[in-house]
Design a protein. Sequence first.
Lengths: 195, 51
Amino acid sequence: MANEIAADIDPRDELVTHLGVLRAFAVSLCRNPTLADDLVQETVMKAWKSIDKFEAGTNMRAWLFTILRNTYYTTYTKARREVADVDGVLSDNLAVKPEHDGKLAYSDFQKAFVQLPDEQREALTLVGASGFAYHEAAEMCGVATGTMKSRVNRARQRLIELLDLSPDDSLELTDGGTMAVVVAGQSVQKGLTSA
Amino acid sequence: MDTDNNEEKPQSALIKDHLRRSFQDKAIEELPSELMSLIDELRKQDSQDGK
């Protein structure tokens, strides 16, 4: 049913609806907004030219993300080394632990996130932020599902280290609003587990 | 991220929360005018090509 509905939509129109998340993914890969916008433009041109190859009813977001990451790793990695950090995002924060005052600041998280290796940042973005299942993210990256799980776990562990989070005080490391979200999420998870 | 980890640790939950927020903040930003111009140009080209 969903596939029939999707098949009625012009894939070019659907492509446009994914531009925002495509750009977010590009920024997480490049860590450079200017490069990210170039990468998205190149991805869009490639996708548009190959739109007839897209199979209606399948996951266009995964298809676009795959084109984008392939373009990034084949074309942009070298360029990134040469011109990355034009905004000083990295140089301001490398190897600096957050001086948090009992709360996990959003800015501290972002500083730590950009320090992760490419493959870990990508894994966290695909699985943790974009909502792809492990096997979908693994397929997009051309690795085994177990490898993807391992990357996510290593990334998560590295962030915990960079943010200096400890198991004992982590519940106090955020503001009330965030904790409400976290606690609500845990309640839902427990409910699902016990159901 | 939590498929295999229903008893998610608080640190992981915090990281996931910030990760999603960071991604969503970027995803809902207004798209660059250059990108929208590119889309318009591609559509125009398709129209000229009879697609």
